[in-house]
Design a binder for this molecule. Sequence first.
Ligand SMILES: [Zn+2]
Length: 252
Amino acid sequence: MDRKAYKSTFGKSGLTPFHCPSCGKGRLKVQQGSFSHHETKSSRRSHGHEAFDFDWVDYVFCCILECTNSNCKEVVSSLGSGGVDQEYTIDENGEHDVDYCDFFRPEFFHPHLKIFTPPEKTPESVSSELDVSFSLLFSDPSSAANHVRIALENLLTELRIKRFNSSNGKRKYLNLHQRIDLLPTKFDHVKELFYAVKWLGNAGSHSHQELTFDDVFDAYEIISQILEEVYDDRRKKVASMAKKINKRKGPR
Ligand SMILES: [Zn+2]
């Protein structure tokens, strides 16, 4: 996961650093003639202020992005905000010069970007929550982290970890931490990963703690490793091979 690329901004006519959500191979490029941007009202008014500087400029934009893979050519709509940046250049006489260029920061993509692809056998109840998280990543990182936590809760249910205790006909629901504690010993090597996603998800649901883009990427990297441990056949095959060799204390 190239988190640096997802933090990047782009220009109104260029190639973006984002991969196509359909084929995963091509990159998304601004479709010619589709880009529209305007300066916000407060930004336009600020030009009259005596202290006005270029970094006060604030844009809104929308555009159509197209996949560069000629066999795919998926289209994705995007909208967000933008501003003006300063670039230092050297002219033909070797003199230092300053250029001003517009940059744009996406807040929404439709269809949403695919930040990582979970293993094929990942249950729908888990992958659909990850999709919701991916769709919120750029506009609301805290909610995006919270949906990773819901994906983890659903994963525990798929692994048949009970959700409540019953006594005297009453259900007492277990919290996420208690449910992780109930994971069978075969998951001991990944339990730490489960707890880490829980902590990030908890932080995402508390209004006093804003999560950053990097916090959400931490959650993505951790849950993608959990899913590989649980649903990636190749990993499971290697683990069972090692177990057999260890049991025989020699070739299997
Ligand atoms: Zn594509």
